[in-house]
Design a protein around this ligand. Sequence first.
Ligand SMILES: Cc1ncc(COP(=O)(O)O)c(C=O)c1O
Length: 375
Amino acid sequence: MDLFDVYPVYNVTPVSAKGCYVYDEKGAKYLDLYGGHGVISIGHAQEDYVNAITEQLKKIGFYSNSIINPIQLALAKKLGKLSGFENYALFLCNSGAEANENALKLASFHTGKKRVIAFENAFHGRTSAAVAVTDNKKINAPINQQQVSTFLPLNEIDLVEKELAKNDVCAIIIEGIQGVGGLDEGNTGFFKDLERLCKKHDVILIADEIQSGYGRSGKFFAFQHHGILPDLITTAKGMGNGFPIGGVLISSKIKASYGLLGTTFGGNHLACSAALAVLDVIQRDDLISNVNVVSADFIEKVKQIPQVKKVKGKGLMLGLEFDFDVAELRKKLIMEEHIFTGGASNKKLLRILPPLNISSKQLDDFIISLKKVLE
Ligand SMILES: Cc1ncc(COP(=O)(O)O)c(C=O)c1O
């Protein structure tokens, strides 16, 4: 059987990894500034994380959710504490798309409505609110998408209000910082207006923090830069440092009842012990402070490169904008300089999503390489 060929791959075969580096089968070392779509938060093969998963696997890796799993509760407590959302409840699942699907379901159940407002260039996974605009074509959209989702430009609050007035919207979903679409973000006034209008029109505000969460923006969640309180917060990617896990943080205004949501694998013992180890390391090593320190230094230096027209994003969720398509540049960075970076649906953007414990020295190495390939 062959693989179903739906995405292109670079001709590199990583066989091991440690910290910010991955190694191929010939032993060549690559600096990883992309972390497999932004999932590597505490570094590859981090020792405490590996030990936690290994020890847990020897005990019990999986049993269904019909029994008590104390690691789920420990994870919920720790996540509540570190994120500042102790009075929210946690529903665990396995991926970003699942987290958003569950959030959208909750919004629809709670309000009795079904239309969703999302924003142009947003990406919410392969879900009923999915959208990413590439060459002005909507991709990844299920056939019923047009019936359930409306896509509006960011920072145009009057357009949002006009849609909400129709009284059929159950949720507004917004990324703290747009990832795949190209690092655009709502401004503080926009986020605050969304919060206000959602309350006024009985609409659930969903913050999709699947990529921008877990400290990546320099705060635990990126929307925390704007001082709002969403009703639902979705998370995945950095949550498990590569181990598949997702979650929905749910405000107390949405009440739980048996059968409302469900999952087979969500919140399994192994995933929870991985996620708990991630939070332990983020806290112990003060990784969010590191994000802020190395990011400020990096942004200042990278702005000096004349070909870099703009630096977008926050913390270690950054996009360097050029005035040309970066496909060739990314290829050169991987093949000649052994550095992984990311692309975006904005073809002129080079995305930087390294582990949160990357050092300024490692980012300096990237700057040297970038200058070299730009010559
Ligand atoms: C903001 C955002 N939401 C949702 C998703 C979907 O996550 P997953 O690929 O785990 O389903 C992604 C993935 O890139 C994302 O960036």
